[in-house]
Each structure stands twice: as C-alpha cells, then as structure tokens.
Design a protein around this ligand. Structure first.
Ligand code: CA
Length: 230
C-alpha cells in the first residue's frame, strides 16, 4: 500500500483528500503544519508527498526544500495561485507536478498514480540520433544521459533532460506542446501544456546561465510550439 504524506492546513480539503486517497488504497498520514510534516518524514518513510503551499508555519516550498535534503520522494503541490507555478517547477525545487485549487479529489488521485508510475519506472532510453546542429553549443552524452552546453554539464531534472533531448535530436523542427508531452513524459495525460511551458522556462534559464547574453536556443513559435535553434 503506497504511503502518502499529506500536508494541508485546511481541514475540509484535507478530509476530502484523505477520504479519496484511502478509498483508492493509499495509506495517508496527514500533517497540518510544515513542522509536523518534516517530523513525520524523519520518523517514517513515504512513497509520495502532497504539499499545500500556504501553510501556517512555513510555505510548502520550504517544506519541499527540507524534504529534499532527506528524501527524493515524488512531490505534488497544491497551489491557490497560478503565479506560484514557476517557482514550484523552478530551478531548485524539483516538484513533480502541481494542481491549482479548486480541484477534484479524483484529479489528485489520478496525478498521484501517474507520478508514482513514472517514478517507479526507469526513464526510457531515448534512441540517440546524431545531432545535426553545432555540437560545440550542445552535446549529448548518451551513456551518462547528460547534456552539455559549451562544455558545461547542464543540471537538468529528468523531464527537462528528456524535453531538451527531443528538441536537440531535431534542431530547427517545431514541436507542438502535445508532441513534447508525448515524447518526454511517460504519461502525457497527467500533465498540461502549462507544464511544458514551465519546464521550457526552466531549461532556458539554465542555458542562459551558461550562455550569458546570448540568444535563447529554445525559440517559441507562437501558437505552434518550440524549436531548438543551433
Ligand atoms: Ca493552506
């Protein structure tokens, strides 16, 4: 039975989620505060965490940061505002997904299942094709599953790596968000177009950190999708 750590201070929301998850055969430990959640995480092992962002003693992002020091368990964020999404999926936090309130408990259960499935399977070995652009700018190390930019290793999350690899294997080709979801996510039904946008934003920031002042390698084709320009 997968064990879920639910961190949510609103009793009505927590009750609904506990009920929905337990009905679907998850074991749920519910914490009302960040401190309680961290204490539980130190005491017990969990397969998954659901973190509300607005908690009374600290933010869900702080909880995530501290959880990450002791565990790499998948994390789903509950957020009241769309504007928080960039930070959730942002550079250092490594959240796996997010849901904006109000949500249906069924949606949460579906997301949890999808993320657990993804995290339990190895990332698919993407067939490596010769990179036709300039290999000095971006280079894919197939065996290490790393992408280097101007010789520097990019510190990418699994999804960022897969997403950039899809673009890198066909420089100049426009990929729609649906195509990127299909290629880079094992369960594309569980994420939204905004997830792609947030990941692209994060990859761009990592590329910019190496290529200060240079033009973005990932270009947006408004209304169509993204392409890599080398
Ligand atoms: Ca709250």
């Amino acid at each position: 039975m997968p064990r879920v750590l639910l961190v949510e201070d609103e009793p009505a929301i927590a009750d609904t989620l506990v009920y929905a998850l337990e009905t679907e055969c998850f074991e749920v430990v519910h914490a009302l505060t960040g401190a309680d959640a961290l204490a539980a995480a130190r005491r017990e092992t969990f397969d998954f965490a659901i973190l509300d962002i607005g908690l009374p003693d600290m933010t869900g992002l702080d909880v995530c940061r501290r959880l990450r020091e002791i565990s790499s368990l998948p994390i789903l964020f509950l957020t009241a505002r769309d504007g928080e999404v960039d930070r959730i999926l942002g550079l250092e936090l490594g959240g796996d997904d997010y849901v904006t309130k109000p949500f249906s408990p069924r949606e949460i259960v579906a997301r949890v299942r999808a993320i657990l499935r993804r995290s339990q399977t190895q990332p698919p070995v993407t067939q490596s094709l010769p990179v036709s652009g300039n290999p000095k700018i971006l280079h894919h190390d197939t065996s290490a599953m790393r992408i280097h930019c101007h010789g520097e290793t990019l510190d990418l999350t699994a999804h960022e790596y897969k997403l950039l690899l899809v673009l890198l294997e066909r420089p100049g080709r426009v990929f729609t968000r649906d195509q990127l979801l299909e290629h880079a996510w094992q369960d594309p039904g569980a994420v939204t177009d905004r997830t792609i946008d947030a990941h692209v934003k994060s990859i761009r920031a990592k590329l910019r950190a190496v290529r200060v002042g240079a033009e973005d390698l990932i270009q947006t084709r408004r209304g169509l999708g993204y392409l890599l320009s080398l």
